[in-house]
Design a protein around this ligand. Structure first.
Ligand code: HPA
Length: 270
């Protein structure tokens, strides 16, 4: 694994003149952020050695290097989901590579279903903590001390400092933001009413099918993490609306300008 990471990082380094300290995984709700990046270099995933091969034809995704405001960043356009069939090492490989390139702060976004009764569709939830319900931990197996400790602490998975900064930005801009615990599940099914209730009972505010693997690896690698969810649907035993991919996309598009605004400003101020 070390050799693969080194090889991939070396290839990417050879493609760009400068290496970033800030990484962004452009999940649902943040796609538009790309329009604010002054692009220096794009590298399609299928040209990058060791990168997982996309399951969606014609949508391989790409790494984007460029300036978001004054800040030089690398952004992942397209991520690898566990439900697509990738294993946890493949899902998190790009985070390893980012770290090897020198990235020390990771921004992530996703779409999630809300269980917290105060949430509304289109809300932005700053992730304060998560619960890992994936069937596997990405760190299972041999530990490489070069990458991080065998038993990493997860006491502050999401940077309190960045959360406070995002709150300040949201206040200044008059954007409603919620705080909450993200429950990471393998998917691809949305939850049954009883599952949404169960996730609420165990302390979750929203549930989704990504992010947790990447954040675990980022923390293993001692990175600072900030995450946001866009609440695209609501779940619980009293909720009868049927969530669909289309509905998720629609709600995400609605919240997108606000997500973009917060992220842009946050990246500028770190
Ligand atoms: N459950 C799981 N993942 C999701 C949901 C949901 O309700 N909404 C968006 N992603």
């Amino acid at each position: 694994m070390l050799e693969k990471i080194r090889q991939t990082a070396q290839f990417i380094s050879s493609q760009v003149a400068e290496l970033p300290k800030t990484g962004i995984i452009l999940g649902t709700g943040l796609g538009q952020l790309v329009d604010h990046i002054r692009i220096i270099k794009e590298i399609p995933y299928n040209e990058i050695p060791n990168m997982p091969v996309s399951t969606v034809e014609g949508h391989s995704g790409k790494l984007i290097f460029g300036y978001l405001g004054e800040r030089y960043v690398v952004a992942m356009q397209g991520r690898f989901h566990y439900y697509e069939g990738y294993d946890m090492k493949q899902v998190t490989f790009p985070v390893r590579v980012m770290k090897a390139l020198g990235v020390d702060t990771l921004f992530v976004s996703n779409a999630a279903g809300g269980m917290n009764k105060e949430f509304r569709v289109g809300d932005i939830m700053i992730i304060t903590d998560h619960i890992n319900l994936f069937p596997e931990n990405p760190l299972r197996g041999k530990n490489y001390n070069e990458l991080g400790p065998r038993f990493p602490a997860m006491t502050e998975p999401y940077s309190r400092e960045l959360i406070a900064l995002a709150d300040e930005i949201a206040r200044e801009k008059g954007i409603r933001v919620m705080h909450g615990v993200y429950v990471g599940t393998p998917g691809p099914t949305f939850e049954t009413p009883a599952e949404y209730e169960y996730f609420r009972v165990i302390g979750g505010d929203a549930v989704g099918m990504s992010t947790v693997p990447e954040v675990i690896v980022a923390k293993h690698a001692d990175m600072r993490v900030f995450g946001v969810s866009v609440i695209t649907d609501l779940g619980g035993k009293d909720i009868t609306e049927v969530p669909s991919h289309e509905e998720v996309q629609k709600a995400a598009i609605q919240a997108q300008p606000f997500m973009t605004e917060i992220m842009k400003e946050l990246v500028a101020r770190i």
